[in-house]
Design a protein. Structure first.
Length: 599
């Protein structure tokens, strides 16, 4: 049945734009052939999401010459240049899926609940825990004030204490919160805690909320079981949140598979590609209001959303968090801090504008580096091994535990970084995107970097749940633009000292051998898909991942930017002297040919 789909249409209903893509089977492979978009129509005066979907379809019809619609009806199945075999969609319109989570112990069950919600594609508005140091009335007021789309309640291992999780349920009942959409309906609450507490949870919540009970997401201290809770979240997203958003009831009757939250769909395709190629992947989607980070390390998937780090609506939050000096340190021109702040505030009040001057573009790229860095730091702090393992199982001891941060993100084992979002996907030069990602993520050893060409990862994520072959083929051939491999030092040293000797044998048997000094960047032309053999020998004080002074040999693949040798050290250090700072940044920009030469 899977292979019978030869024409597929997918849409992503974003908060501002609905993007439609056409995927067709050409011979034995699937390819993305046409793309259309239109403004999303969930708000007044339309208040019907299907209008924007139909408008994006109309653009696809015009570009492709294929008739997709009979009035407002999608023609199925496909026949010659008419109709489609399948229609699928994702959505983040109306603010996406906004949740609160509650758990008995902040660093254990509440953390697991947070990871379940994030993995399902939610924005986590707040975490309520028995030990979060807020007074009962403060917790109740917070639940009432935020008005989430749903609440995930967890707590206690199976057979353990029930007191704390029942207490949390009582706070939810006392708050009697109303959902953000469909205010005449009951708020969905998912209980995924100690099974011994289920009857008491029903007594407290069943009359006041739309209660769903699923498997415990932390049945034992040593084991997490997040998938049942994630599935329940996505089911309720469709039944309660989407069903109450304007026009979604109609849209759900059109699709061949359940509508998926946009971030959950992006997570699906990241997981599919990591599994297919057996690699460790980090993906990022940087938007106007939020930045999502996804990772798969040794088969373990994590997603985080940094709700206040974005490039337009949240741009001032980035500056407030990192400090204006961390923005200006990335600028190769002399900049007055007050002027930079004014330009940033202009972006916040006019979020749809794009940079008109080269200086504005460089400021935007400086902010993007810091937004990406902050979001990735947050991701690393949440993508951790299980809390509480090999500890005393008494709940009082659990409350006293200090938080350990054993991140699962190992940059020395990272194979691929995928960037998405306007500032990366639509950067005027691909080298700018690569430069921003290297500076923000600071990869170590040998890492491939890529960008999503036209933001089709959500479409392919939902497709991967139905036809993984089609999704991964289009992802690799049409979605990903490979920028090239980056070879990086993993430690630091003295500026200007000899640190790496390299020798490259190119695909055409040509050879190149040179020395790189600490603090330098080299960008070597290596075309897309072409392989080269590289041999790098660090001096005895420097490490490329195999140990100090240890040689590294590898096959590297080219990209639209080429092969980058990054000898700036880790962590990346920039001079504190403003004049030296500008000189460093200018040299690095020239190495990438990132901007027009204005000298």
């Amino acid at each position: 049945m899977k292979n019978s789909f030869t024409v597929i249409v997918a849409t992503d209903c974003g908060s501002t734009t609905t993007k439609a893509i056409l995927i067709e089977k050409k011979g034995n492979e699937y390819r993305q052939t046409f793309r259309g978009e239109a403004p999303t129509t969930v708000e007044s005066p339309f208040e019907d999401v299907t209008k924007g979907v139909l408008n994006s379809f109309a653009e696809l019809e015009e570009l492709s010459g294929r008739t997709l619609l009979d009035g407002e009806k999608i023609i199925m199945p496909a026949n010659d240049l008419t109709g489609v075999d399948m229609y699928i969609s994702t959505s983040s319109a109306g603010g996406g899926l906004q949740m609160m989570v509650a758990g008995a112990v902040k660093s254990m069950t509440a953390q697991s609940a947070q990871m379940a919600a994030l993995g399902a594609g939610a924005i986590v508005m707040d975490i309520i825990a028995s030990n979060d140091k807020r007074l009962p009335h403060e917790k109740i007021e917070r639940i009432r004030y935020l008005r989430p789309d749903m609440i995930l309640l967890a707590g206690g291992t199976d057979g353990g204490t029930v007191t704390h999780v029942v207490e949390l349920a009582e706070y939810i009942a006392a708050a009697n919160p109303k959902p953000r959409l469909g205010t005449t309906f009951q708020l969905p609450v998912i209980y995924a805690g100690n099974k011994e507490a289920r009857e008491k949870i029903k007594e407290v919540l069943e009359s006041k909320t739309a209660l769903r009970i699923t498997e415990n997401l932390r049945p034992q201290l040593e084991r997490e079981n997040l998938n049942p809770a994630r599935k329940e979240i996505q089911n309720l997203f469709l039944e309660h949140v989407m069903a109450h958003a304007p026009g979604y009831n109609k849209l759900m009757t059109w699709t061949s598979a359940p509508i998926m939250p946009t971030p959950a769909a992006v997570g699906k395709i990241i997981q599919a590609i990591a599994k297919k190629d057996d690699i460790n992947v980090v993906g990022v989607d940087i938007g106007g209001a939020t930045t999502d980070v996804f990772s798969v390390f040794d088969g373990i998937f994590n997603r985080t959303v940094s709700a206040n780090y974005g490039m337009s609506y949240s741009v001032s939050n980035v500056v407030a968090e990192t400090g204006i000096e961390n923005i200006t340190k990335w600028l190769s021109f002399e900049a007055d801090e007050a002027d930079v702040r004014n330009r940033i505030k202009n972006k916040m009040i006019r979020p749809t504008t794009i940079p008109q001057l080269l200086e504005d573009l460089k400021i935007e790229h400086a902010i993007a580096r810091e937004a990406l860095r902050l979001a990735f730091e947050q991701h690393k702090s949440l993508a951790v091994s299980l809390r509480g393992v090999q500890r005393g199982k008494d709940i009082s001891e659990s409350f006293k535990q200090t938080e350990e941060k054993e991140t699962l993100i190992d940059m020395n084992k990272l194979d691929l970084i995928v960037g998405s979002g306007g500032v990366l996907s639509h950067a005027p030069r691909r080298s700018q995107a690569m430069m921003m990602m290297i500076d923000a993520f600071q990869p170590r050893g040998i890492t491939m970097l890529a960008v999503d060409s036209i933001f089709m990862m959500p479409h392919l994520g939902v497709l991967s749940t139905i036809n993984e072959q089609a999704a991964t083929e289009v992802f690799e051939k049409d979605c990903l633009i490979y920028l090239g491999h980056c070879v990086s030092l993993t430690n630091s040293g003295k500026l200007g000292s000899k640190c790496i000797e390299y020798r490259i044998v190119f695909h055409d048997k040509r050879e190149e051998a040179e020395t790189v000094l600490f603090g330098e960047l080299r960008c070597i032309d290596l075309p897309v898909g072409k392989e080269a053999e590289i041999e790098l020998t660090p001096t005895k004080k420097f490490d490329l991942g195999n140990g100090k002074g240890q040689k590294v040999t590898a096959k590297v693949t080219g990209g639209v930017v080429g092969l980058v040798i990054d000898a700036r050290g880790r962590p990346l250090s920039i001079s504190g002297d403003k004049g030296l700072q500008r000189g460093q940044i200018s040299k690095w920009e020239k190495a990438f040919k990132a901007y027009p030469d204005t000298s």
